[in-house]
Design a protein around this ligand. Structure first.
Ligand code: ADP
Ligand code: MG
Ligand code: MG
Length: 251
């Protein structure tokens, strides 16, 4: 049974139809990449999957771990093990990185997480991402650089080990070292083969060191092609041109 099954999904934002008849499935351990030109609807799909109330599902369904969640709240989806990394992560003054992640872990587990064990694991992963221990007690994302925000999201991914992780443009605006560390962290998550990973991107830097099972191309809110990991290379070399004519209004 797939972890995620999207069937004939259509969705709109601000009265505008953005996603049209989206169909695909993700199984445990798989990594899928969603690529496509700017404005294609990639982030919209991420928000719809996560249950952002601004984005309205107008048809079709989303099932997660065998349950129809089309009408579930974002909060419930997160508790059930869905994780979305944002293009612009939220800043929360007064909430420490450590408390934020521990709360999320406790909600996911539905129980108490021992502080000592948690701190040990957190310290290990901070080191892995080349972040100083002091980040644990800093307010979430407040005053963090773009690279630091992305590393903190990667830290969440490594600590929470969600059943479905959606990473939206995780590599945009990062320097080479940050991309390397973030993709190392994502690789750690991938290694467990316990969750499914959806990487949304229009660049391919983060994909260089990651294994990719399926590539989907989105144009004007339609998935116009699905292939294996080698499609990333093809798009790298030739761009989206060959996909643009496969959909109405896509020229
Ligand atoms: P991508 O991530 O592929 O670049 P988006 O999903 O961000 O594309 O955007 C797809 C389309 O939906 C664009 O035309 C964009 O302007 C529109 N859109 C996305 N979010 C909103 C919003 N909150 N309000 C109005 N229009 C939106
Ligand atoms: Mg965009
Ligand atoms: Mg986007």
């Amino acid at each position: 049974e797939p972890i995620l099954k999207i069937s004939q999904l259509t969705a709109r934002v601000e009265e505008k139809e953005i996603l049209h008849d989206i169909n695909f499935e993700m199984r445990k351990g798989e990594t899928h990449v969603l690529m496509g030109p700017n404005g294609a609807g990639k982030s919209t799909l991420g928000y719809v999957l996560m249950g952002n109330p601004k984005y309205e599902v107008t048809g079709g369904s989303i099932s997660f771990k065998g349950k129809d969640i089309t009408a579930e709240s974002a909060d419930k989806r997160a508790k059930d093990g869905m994780f979305l990394s944002f293009q612009e992560p939220l800043e929360v003054p007064g909430l420490s990185v450590s408390n934020f992640i521990r709360n999320a872990l406790q909600q996911k587990k539905g129980g108490y997480v021992r502080l000592w064990d948690f701190k040990k694991e957190l310290k290990k992963n901070l080191e892995f991402l080349d972040l100083d221990d002091s980040y644990a007690e800093r307010s979430l994302n407040v005053g963090f650089s773009g690279g630091e925000k992305k590393k903190i999201e990667t830290l969440q991914l490594m600590m929470l080990r969600p059943s479905l992780a959606i990473l939206d443009e995780t590599d945009s605006g990062l320097d080479v070292d940050a991309v390397r560390l973030v993709s190392k962290g994502v690789e750690e998550y991938q290694k467990d083969r316990d969750g499914a990973l959806l990487i949304i991107t229009h660049s391919t830097r983060i994909l260089e060191s990651l294994h990719v099972d399926y590539t989907h191309v989105m144009v004007n809110g339609h998935i116009v092609a699905t292939g294996d990991g080698s499609m990333v290379e093809e798009i790298n070399e030739k761009g989206y041109e060959r996909f643009l004519n496969s959909v109405p209004g896509g020229d």
